[in-house]
Design a protein around this ligand. Structure first.
Ligand code: ZN
Ligand code: ZN
Ligand code: ZN
Ligand code: ZN
Length: 394
């Protein structure tokens, strides 16, 4: 490590001639020798100046200009390797990384946790219905997955398409997106799903996992097989299967119970927009006493349409566990979501049948939200015990 400041160091750190204590310009700063730093003051200059000079090396390492272990590397900046955990410290080689680890460990873990949270606490992007181009509702009955074209279609477009075909006296049930005939009946639907799964379609593979898990369609109940299929679908990028793997770890279905692993998979699902996973993460944080993290999860889930999460924040507010600002913000988030998904066509579908219900407004907050429900009396509010985990979705 160099023992005196060089002009280059000073220029890089922009502290060449200004006192960090009084902000006066002074050429004496250039002459301070770091070997004198152990003294509280150097020629009357306060120690704060010295500390900043000492930090030059660390700043450079943090900026990725030099090897964090041996100082080399400014001349060969492109060949420095970055620590994959924190994405911050750089090293000339593996030996330097290993040598520096005891010193780096604490900062590395802190930064890695920050990076993880930055990713986790982002509002996931919403998906649009490919026909009406409006945000897809996140309530299960608010959309249908079409195996034929692999598209998620909103309840409004599904219903409007059926009505149109009825008017034309056509008895074929054609997909509103790709016009392929929709398989009719449970058996045909299962056969079509199996065919798509065999062809490597992620959502169909996930659905097959569900059939094995519940022992449906003549398949034996088989947790191991279900988990194998979920993992396969997850690898192909299916978000729901991450949720299902987490659920298996929570219940110990085909694996040893592990809430740590359940959380890991729910995080993967939540980042990809599965609101049930997000809600469950909030519940876990609440149980662990991490109120702020719980609120963050509930807030994101409420923005993604989870009325359960909204109700949790309401319950917390009533018990003094959340502030009024937080409660109002959660309401705003949920209302923003409703504004984004509401449409006349979807309202018509929901009025036609509960099968097309696309959002839920809990009784408790109906008046506050000022939202008129869809053509029918709302169902009685479900009995939601506070901090209950959402029941796993099929
Ligand atoms: Zn090195
Ligand atoms: Zn690191
Ligand atoms: Zn649509
Ligand atoms: Zn289709």
């Amino acid at each position: 490590m160099s023992t005196s400041t060089t002009e280059e160091d000073n220029n890089d750190n922009d502290i060449s001639t200004t006192c960090a204590n009084c902000s006066k310009e002074g050429s004496d700063v250039d002459n301070i020798n770091i070997s004198d730093i152990s003294n509280k003051t150097v020629n009357g200059w306060s120690a704060s100046v010295d500390l900043r000079l000492l930090n030059i090396k660390d700043d450079k390492a943090a900026a990725g200009n030099i090897c964090a272990n041996c100082d080399k590397g400014e001349e060969c900046i492109d060949s420095l390797k970055t620590c994959s955990k924190c994405n911050m410290a750089k090293y000339c080689n593996r030996e330097c990384q290993l040598a520096h680890w005891p010193q780096h460990k604490k900062d590395c873990k802190k930064r890695a946790a920050e990076l993880h949270d930055e990713k986790l606490f982002k509002q996931p992007p919403s998906e649009d219905c490919p026909i009406c181009m409006q945000t897809l509702p996140s309530l299960q009955s608010g959309s249908r997955f079409k195996l034929c074209c692999g598209k998620m279609i909103c309840s409004g477009c599904i219903h409007a398409n059926k009505e149109m075909q009825l008017k034309k006296m056509k008895h074929l049930d054609l997909c509103p997106f790709c016009r392929a005939p929709t398989p009719q009946g449970v058996k045909n639907t299962f056969e079509a799903t199996k065919k798509q799964a065999d062809a490597g379609h992620a959502a169909a593979i996930n659905a097959m996992g569900g059939y094995y898990q519940r022992g449906e369609h003549g398949l034996p109940q088989d947790n191991d097989k279900a988990l194998e299929l979920y993992r396969q679908a997850a690898e192909l990028g299916d978000a729901t299967s991450h949720y299902n793997i987490g659920k298996a770890y929570m219940l110990g279905e085909g694996v040893e119970i592990s809430m740590k692993r359940a959380t890991h998979y729910w995080e993967l699902a939540a980042i990809r927009g599965i609101r049930e996973a997000r809600h469950n993460l909030g519940v876990n944080e609440m149980r662990a006493g991490n109120r702020n993290r719980a609120i963050k999860h509930f807030m994101i889930a409420a923005r993604g349409g989870s009325h359960f999460s909204l109700l949790h924040i309401l319950s917390m507010y009533r018990r003094g566990g959340a502030t009024q600002e937080e409660y109002v913000k959660a309401l705003q988030m949920y209302k923003e979501y409703l504004n984004e998904i509401k449409s006349d066509q979807r309202d018509e579908a929901a009025a036609f049948s509960d099968e097309f219900k696309y959002y839920e407004v809990p009784n408790d907050i109906k008046n506050i939200l000022g939202v008129v429900n869809i053509g029918e009396e709302p169902r009685p509010m479900r009995d939601i015990s506070i901090f209950s985990l959402l029941q796993p979705q099929p």
